[in-house]
Design a protein around this ligand. Structure first.
Ligand SMILES: C[S@@+](CC[C@H](N)C(=O)[O-])C[C@H]1O[C@@H](n2cnc3c(N)ncnc32)[C@H](O)[C@@H]1O
Length: 258
């Protein structure tokens, strides 16, 4: 019993360290070239940015850090149920969990949209998608479609997605301009992008600075890329929730693949 508890604590600690998000200095930086990113190296990609509009882009959270995403105290720390209640989800919707990781939110979204709805779960790391598939199987959910995205293209159907949710993901995009264009092209008429980011304005949010964003910075990046802020939810303990819609016609994206 004691051994199992100690083992649990060890695994969680490992996950938190590998996640790269924690407040304390880590012995090791998150791996910047996880295998999935290398696997996509045959694509003709524009160079990855290290900065965008004055912000340093964070490294991708490695899949070895995935246990941190499903840690027991996440609900208590981030009030995930409150977030889900305030996303405007209705049964039958098509939702994309973009940067789904190991599927912490995907599974809950799939339950909320029900059998007539669907969740497109996108990540660039196949290992994350594998973990998600295991969770979906365990929860007996059949309305989840895992999609291996690329650094520039989430490979979503054009004009079909009612809500694209990015929880703690946008600040990792190495190609924010291309990703924002692809997201716009995927939104259905009236569809929304919901960005959930740790509050940079708040020094009490115990997350590494590179993994936090201010509201001002989020607007500075989204608005010139054809988005307008349409709603905000400010009652989560650690995160901003900002809803955006595309302005005007979205350009059809040309995935930059060979
Ligand atoms: C910090 S994790 C958050 C996972 C999940 N949203 C959650 O809250 O549990 C960030 C995830 O975004 C993914 N990611 C980073 N850049 C991406 C991109 N361009 N397209 C899709 N996923 C991306 C990473 O692989 C990682 O799994």
């Amino acid at each position: 019993m004691l051994f199992r508890r100690l083992l649990g604590i060890f695994i969680l600690t490992l996950g938190f360290a590998a996640s790269g998000l924690g407040p304390s200095p880590r012995a090791e930086e998150p791996v910047s070239n996880p295998p999935a990113i290398e696997a996509a190296a045959d694509e003709k990609l524009p160079p990855a940015l290290t900065e965008y509009k004055g912000r340093t882009i964070a490294q991708t959270m490695h899949y070895l850090g995935a246990p941190w995403l499903t840690r027991e105290n996440r609900e208590r720390e981030e009030e995930c149920a409150t977030l889900l209640k305030n996303l405007g989800i209705k049964p039958g919707m098509t939702i994309c969990d973009l940067g789904c990781g190991n599927g912490f939110y995907t599974v809950k979204l799939a339950e909320l949209v029900g059998e007539k709805g669907k969740v497109l779960a996108v990540d660039i790391q196949p290992e994350m998608l594998q973990l998600l598939k295991e969770q979906a199987k365990e929860a007996k959910l059949t309305n989840i479609t895992p999609i291996l995205g690329s650094l520039v293209d989430p490979r979503l159907p054009a004009g079909k997605v009612d809500l694209i949710l990015c929880v703690d993901v946008y600040h990792e995009f190495s190609h924010p301009v291309q990703m924002l264009a692809a997201i716009r092209a995927a939104l259905a008429p009236g569809g929304r992008l919901a960005l959930v980011e740790f509050r940079k304005e708040d020094p009490n949010v115990p997350i590494k600075e590179l993994h936090k964003m201010s509201k001002e910075q989020i607007r500075k990046e989204l608005e010139p890329n054809g988005y307008k802020l349409v709603e905000q939810f400010d009652k989560l303990p650690w995160q901003h929730v900002m809803f955006f819609e595309g302005i005007g016609e979205a350009e059809p994206t040309k995935p930059q693949l060979k």
